[in-house]
Design a protein around this ligand. Structure first.
Ligand code: Q9C
Ligand code: ZN
Length: 770
């Protein structure tokens, strides 16, 4: 994958020139740290490096332009649209329990044209800059702000150009200042120009792209983006954010789940408010699997823009969340199956100032969770040869404690995912918090009228649409738990003990291997996909072949030797993933599974497609999760043996993957995924490709695919490409799931959700099917 990295050193020029505790966290070092980290990790060199250009004033004007005459406020009245829309629902129709005016600039006042105003800041004195800054919420200006902000917006435009002209497949714009709080005529929350919003409009205008998905995973609500596109159905804006029932900045009523957009844009704003701090990997994954992805697939974007802020990661004192860096690689991978992989990440913030432990209580809890839920491979079982590097998330800081570098780690994780590297396995227990499920439920309730994939699976709302608590008033709750020396010392001790125990997965030297039993001239593969020549030693192969008569036959025996060799490569950490063709998938799968379990894998997730039965004498010890996808079978024979029907509709297939297969897979935390396409598997190539692409996630990219020889060359080719990190082909137009598909899904969820918490949705199951 060619990944563009857009940056310009001059974006570090702007800095705070006076005392302002609120703004001092937005510092140039945060950007330079991320860039240095990318260089150290050898990632920058792997990317197509582009120097950012300045956005022109016309380009800035795509978003930042004066209100049309007669508009009473800056929202909901874009140029080119008559102001005949219904009044903004949020302002008039819903009970007011929070101030609507916080964070709004210029309402009822005549402001000078915004871009000209900013142009003028270049010549202002420090005192004048400070006075102007004071007119906005959490903003500071510097003489170089205008230049930096134009570079930031321009970097996003260059990235869009590179991806939409095919120069790059995807990319990351490392920018400063951030953009997502910036509004048509107002700076806000360190943001001057709305980089991502400008990029979206530019993609539409310059490149003729129509549907754009904006994913804002920053911990703050990007209210600026929401306002700009709130009545526009061509831009789907998704944001999760720390909300705490409205008690967290920017304290907006319209950050809640029931703000879904206005007029024709209803349903195209998706807000997921977090009402508690401490949301972690399981919560973020649940949000993507149960909310964002179903909606996103139905929307079918042509381009994905990420408002990539990392204050939502562990260690950020503002956000107080617990998602670990590798989580952002998974989020990126999940988005890469959309829009043909055209994903542009634009930095919002890289996280707040480190160095102090006072605000890092969340980090400690996260660290403890790391240890509690450490998967088997971190204990040294896998890989056998232990080439695992110990990479510390923490580094000593001047106070003698440790501070998280999770912010720059996160940037690296996203860039690695964009480059196609497998994502390290998610750490920690995969159990979403109750509060997260409540938030997800509130989004479902609010969005169900707008999205087939939600109302089909969802019930009538049981919770109120709003998660805003009228009795609670915005209060200045200071981030961070207990303060003081004792707590800090304890925190430091825990973090330093983590240093010894946290292992990060290292990327195997070979990403994808293909082992064929017969030469296939028609197969077109990326040059980096290796053809495996080697086989396991004949004695080893013979020993296993005794298990089944069928395995002793010529081609079957050859295939067995090859698959055992590939499996060894995967278990040794030399190879990430691979495909083997065999004339007899069923017995070969059984051997691979048994060999995997006896040679280092603690848990194997086995996805069997078509006529492949679970070996009856396989121990039901919880080390194998066997999932059949075939026919019309819906049965949970045990916690670890599940049959799911193969749906004929795209909606049904997606629901099966997103609502069942991936929650099971991520909940199981396997260290190996086996996929077997057996006789009569019935999968279309794009379905198989999507499944394989998404199954790269749960086991750190360790996926072994067995394909029965009757399958086509095209299928083998597309599987090799997605395992290698290329985006899967489109499933085709969205079609609604059939009632049977939904019945099966609801039935299975009802049976399994007690044991598999990633399946939980807080729905009343018996009410579900209409
Ligand atoms: N006491 C971004 O993350 N903090 N901006 C307000 C109120 C402002 C964050 C605190 C945070 C702005 C891009
Ligand atoms: Zn933020």
């Amino acid at each position: 994958m060619r990944t563009a990295l857009v940056y310009h050193e001059e974006m570090t020029a702007a800095r705070l020139l006076w005392d302002d505790p609120e703004c001092e966290i937005e510092r140039p070092e945060r950007l330079t740290a991320a860039v240095e980290r990318l260089q150290q990790g050898g990632l920058e060199q792997r990317c197509l490096q582009l120097a950012a250009r300045e956005a022109s004033e016309a380009e800035l004007g795509l978003v930042h332009r004066s209100d049309p005459p007669g508009a009473t406020h800056h929202r909901g009245h874009r140029l080119g649209r008559a102001s005949t829309q219904p009044a903004p629902v949020l302002k008039t129709e819903l009970p007011t329990c929070l101030s609507f005016t916080t964070g709004w600039m210029g309402e009822g006042t005549v402001s000078p044209e915004y871009v000209s105003l900013l142009r003028g800041t270049q010549a202002l004195s420090t005192e004048e800059l400070q006075a102007l800054s004071g007119q906005y919420d959490a903003v500071y200006f510097h003489p170089s702000t205008f230049h930096c902000a134009r570079l930031a917006a321009g970097a996003a435009l260059q990235l869009v150009d590179a991806v939409l002209t095919g120069t790059a497949h995807n990319g990351f714009a490392l920018v400063r200042p951030p953009g997502h709080h910036s509004q048509r005529a107002a700076a806000n929350g360190f943001c001057v120009f709305n980089n991502v919003a400008i990029a979206a409009r530019y993609a539409q205008k310059q490149h003729g792209v129509c549907r754009i998905l904006i994913v804002d995973w920053d911990v703050h609500h990007g209210q600026g983006i929401q306002y700009i596109f709130e009545d526009d159905p061509s831009v789907l804006y998704f944001s999760w954010h720390r909300y705490e029932h409205g008690r967290f900045w920017p304290y907006l009523r319209e950050s809640d789940a029931d703000a879904v957009g206005l007029g024709p844009g209803r349903g195209f704003t998706v807000n997921l408010p977090w009402n508690q701090v401490g949301m972690g990997n399981a919560d973020y994954m649940a949000a993507f699997l149960h909310v964002l992805l179903p909606v996103a697939f139905e929307f079918d974007p042509e381009l994905v823009l990420i408002s990539a802020g990392f204050d939502s990661a562990i260690g950020d004192p503002e956000g107080q969340m617990q998602a670990t860096p590798e989580c952002f690689a998974h989020l990126t991978q999940l988005l890469q199956v959309l829009a043909g992989g055209r994903v542009c990440a634009v930095l919002e913030v890289t996280g707040s100032k480190g160095g102090s432990l006072a605000g890092c209580q969340g980090a400690v809890r996260g660290g403890l969770l790391y240890l509690a839920g450490r998967p088997a491979w971190a204990g040294g079982t896998l890989p056998r040869s232990q080439p695992c590097l110990v990479v510390s998330l923490f580094s000593p800081c001047s106070q003698g404690g440790y501070h998280l570098e999770s912010l720059s780690q996160c940037v690296c994780m996203v860039v690695k995912a964009l480059l196609g590297d497998p994502a390290p396995p998610l750490l920690g227990p995969m159990v979403p918090q109750h509060s997260a499920l409540e938030s997800i439920q509130s989004v479902w309730a609010a969005q169900a009228p707008h999205w087939t994939s939600l109302w089909q699976q969802g019930s009538t709302p049981t919770l109120s649409l709003s998660t805003c608590s009228p009795e609670r008033r915005p209060s200045a709750v200071s981030p961070g738990g207990p303060k003081g020396k004792a707590a800090e010392a304890q925190t430091s001790a825990v973090l330093s003990s983590l240093l010894d125990q946290l292992h990060l997965y290292t990327t195997p030297p070979v990403r994808t291997v293909i082992a064929l039993t017969a030469p296939a001239a028609a197969l077109v593969l990326p040059p980096e996909v290796l053809h495996q020549e080697g086989s396991a030693p004949p004695e080893e192969t013979q020993a296993w072949a005794r298990l089944h008569e069928a395995l002793t036959q010529d081609t079957a025996f050859t295939a067995l030797g090859k698959v055992l060799h590939l499996l060894n490569g995967i278990l040794d950490g030399q190879v990430s993933s691979g495909i083997v063709t065999t004339p007899v998938a069923a017995p070969t799968l059984e051997v691979v599974l048994r060999q995997g379990l006896s040679h280092g894998a603690q848990r194997v997730f086995c996805v069997a497609l078509g006529q492949l039965d679970r070996p009856p004498d396989l121990a039901n010890d919880g080390r194998t999760l066997w999932l059949n996808i075939r026919g019309k079978e819906a049965a949970a024979l045990s916690t670890f043996h599940v049959s799911v029907p193969l749906s004929g509709t795209t909606g049904g297939f997606l629901s099966c993957i997103l609502a069942l297969v991936l929650p099971l897979a991520y909940g199981f935390q396997p260290d190996l995924v086996l996929v077997a396409l057996g006789p009569a598997h019935g999968l279309q190539d794009p379905q198989a490709a999507l499944l394989a692409a998404l199954l790269r996630g749960p086991a750190g990219g360790r996926v072994l695919v067995l394909v029965e020889q009757e399958s086509t060359c095209q299928l083998v080719g597309v599987l090799a490409r997605v395992l290698h990190g290329e985006p899967p082909p489109s499933l085709g137009p969205f079609s609604m799931a059939s009632p049977d598909d939904l019945q099966a899904l609801v039935h299975l969820r009802g049976q399994l959700e007690a044991q598999w918490e990633m399946l939980q949705l807080l729905l009343e199951c018996h009410e579900l099917v209409a």
